[in-house]
Design a binder for this molecule. Structure first.
Ligand code: KG4
Ligand code: ZN
Length: 335
């Protein structure tokens, strides 16, 4: 079954064709990062306009690259939330029109379910149940994936998302948006322990986490050095910051593995590309006897193929929508 997949929740317009939830026939992305970089972050109105400009041409290009005719598309999957509402609406309306014109089912997909499903593309043998840590620019959560469409959030951030903190600290250090990857590269090989940054513990659910204190501490560190005209060891600060984020994520995910008894851990979302986090999970999973699934960097960030993968399983579960489908800025992972 060939699924045409559309993703437009933030600053990448993406169209992919995915066969049977596992095989990527093409994965086309028109990134707007360069446009938003000038402003230091995503400007929602500009994002919507850029999606409008790109989407039709990208869909044509996707069909051309996959070597498929319109009649060979069996369903249209689209991210319907969460994300920037204006940006989402462009994708949702395009998908509605495409499904109607082709006479095929329309399948709404939760953006974070898509991130989780990126693992099905990277690991054709992976099947639920497994645990997944979703760490993106806007979300940080530990999800129990009991089935392809049955998911439960076991814990998550109470305030900022991990990616948001990476981007904010990187921005204050003068790195271009989105700075997470640049901060990661800057940290490579730097010594640790020079800047002791806090790892917060929150009351209540032991699997919950908090990043706002860490973000503030890192920003204070940078501002204090500047005010005192002291040299800041930027690579060392980046290394200590990455360590603190990892020390927040990894032990809680390990606790969730012990709590659930799951023997497979997947990681997903843009921040799952972080080298320190990947290294720490490799170690901890080896120690716990848990199999780690860490998709290649390209599949960690936003892409259309992940929506096509999850869309296939949503379709099998009968989760289709009509032309009244809406887009949602916030959307629960499980209804
Ligand atoms: O999943 P994603 O592409 O978009 C959202 O759904 O938010 O995640 C983007 C986030 C950004 O905050 C970006 O800075 C971060 O992922 N990111 C990284 C790395 N690569 C991307 N953060 C830390 N280290 C990286 N290597
Ligand atoms: Zn995303």
């Amino acid at each position: 079954m060939n699924v045409l997949a559309i993703e437009s929740s933030c600053d990448e317009t993406a169209v992919a064709l995915v066969r049977d939830g596992r095989q990527v026939l093409c994965d086309c992305i028109a990134s707007q990062v360069d446009v938003h970089r000038v402003y230091g972050g995503v400007v929602p109105e500009i994002a919507s306009r850029k999606h409008m400009e790109a989407i039709s041409g990208l869909a044509e290009e996707a069909l051309r690259q996959a070597g498929l005719g319109r009649g060979e598309i069996d369903a249209v999957a689209v991210t319907c939330g969460p994300g920037l509402i204006g940006a989402l609406l462009v994708g949702v309306n395009f998908a509605k029109a495409a499904a109607l014109a082709l006479g095929v089912p329309l399948v709404p997909v939760h953006h974070l379910r898509g991130h989780i499903a990126a693992n099905y593309l990277a690991y054709p043998q992976l099947e639920p149940p497994f645990l997944c840590l979703v760490v993106s620019g806007g979300h940080t959560m530990i999800v129990d994936v009991a089935g392809y469409t049955e998911m439960e959030i076991l814990g998550g951030t109470r305030d900022d998302a991990a990616g948001e903190c990476f981007d904010k600290v990187a921005r204050v250090l003068g790195m271009p948006y989105p700075g997470g990857a640049a901060l990661d590269r800057t940290a490579a090989g730097a010594p640790e322990g020079k800047y002791p940054l806090p790892v917060a513990h929150v009351h209540g659910n032991p699997l919950d986490m908090s990043f706002s204190g860490l973000k503030t501490a890192a920003l204070n560190c940078i501002h204090n050095a500047r005010q005192r005209d002291e040299a800041l060891d930027v690579p060392a600060l980046c290394a200590d910051f990455s360590r603190a984020v990892s020390d927040t994520l990894v032990p809680r995910t390990a606790a969730a593995l012990e709590q659930t008894g799951r023997k497979k851990l997947a990681i997903a979302g843009g921040v799952a590309a972080n080298s320190r986090i990947r290294r720490d999970f490799t170690e901890v999973c080896a120690r716990l006897g848990v199999e780690l699934y860490a998709p290649p960097l390209k599949l960690c960030g936003d892409n259309g193929a992940m929506i096509g993968a999850q869309g296939y399983y949503e379709l099998l579960a009968g989760h289709t929508a009509g032309p009244d489908l809406n887009a949602y800025a916030t959307l629960p992972l499980s209804p």
